[in-house]
Write a protein that binds this ligand. Structure first.
Ligand SMILES: O=C(O)c1cccc(C(=O)CC[C@H]2O[C@@H](n3cnc4c(=O)[nH]cnc43)[C@H](O)[C@@H]2O)c1
Length: 234
């Protein structure tokens, strides 16, 4: 099984690699466009773990370049995220049952209009239900909607608006929808796994617990390949 894991920044990539490593070998290499990735190999799994940059555009471009370069079985967006209280606490892990571009559309006097309602494309990708649920269970993770936003939420009002529009929301981050668009173009399944570094709400960067979230991400990736192998077994 060959996995493509797409993170935003090197710290997230390295946290995922630490979890995947186990007894496996790790080699650094360059993917097309000069982006650096670590490749973890062993026990029937090859995982290329890429730091593609922050935001849905960089994530889509990095994912598409990697998918054009090698065959993969599954694409996984991973990293840290903001968590919606009380469902997703700092230090916990969530797995997406839906990946939604929450700011792709139009404002209107009556509220936000999703891009699909404007007649263009989609703002939602669905990971395979049985697989994403099994991975969430194996990781001891929350299971619900993960939003993708180009602008990080920074006020209580915006957090409340998003939660009202997406009742099953657990987390927001900035790359999942871009990764999912590229995966869909290659007809590949996508998962999103996020470790919560901060609550979604009034911006307070000093309170982010990035170290705790990266440790949780490493723990999650330590449990990931056994869960995928079990699901893939006949
Ligand atoms: O400074 C560091 O050491 C460091 C290490 C790992 C990651 C970072 C980031 O800043 C990653 C940015 C990344 O995080 C996601 N994120 C995290 N919290 C939120 C949020 O509340 N709303 C939206 N996105 C969030 C996002 O996907 C960014 O790409 C720093």
């Amino acid at each position: 099984m060959r996995l493509l894991v797409v993170t935003a920044v090197a710290g997230e990539r390295d946290a995922a690699v630490r979890g995947l490593r186990g007894a496996r070998d790790v080699q650094e290499h360059l993917l097309p466009g000069g982006r650096s990735a670590a490749s973890v190999q062993g026990a029937g799994v090859v995982a290329d773990v890429l730091a593609a940059g922050v935001g849905p555009g960089a994530a889509a471009a990095g994912t598409a370049a990697a998918l054009a370069h090698a065959p993969y079985d599954i694409v996984i967006c991973a990293g840290i995220a903001g968590g919606f209280a009380p469902a997703a606490r700092v230090g916990s892990v969530v797995v997406a049952d839906a990946i939604i571009a929450a700011d792709l559309g139009s404002e209107s006097p009556d509220g936000f209009i999703p891009v699909a309602d404007l007649g263009f494309g989609t703002s939602r990708h669905l990971p395979p239900a049985a697989l994403s649920r099994a991975v969430a269970d194996a990781l001891g993770a929350g299971y619900g909607t993960v939003l993708t936003l180009s602008t990080m939420t920074g006020t209580a009002g915006r957090a409340a608006e998003l939660a009202a529009r997406h009742p099953s929301v657990l987390a927001e981050a900035m790359e999942g929808f871009g990764v999912a668009e590229a995966a869909a173009a290659h007809r590949l399944p996508v998962l999103e796994i996020r470790a919560i570094s901060n609550p979604v709400g009034p911006r307070d960067r000093a309170s982010w617990r990035i170290g705790d979230a990266l440790t949780a991400l490493t723990d999650a990736f330590g449990k990931l390949t056994p869960a995928l192998e079990q699901e893939a077994a006949p």
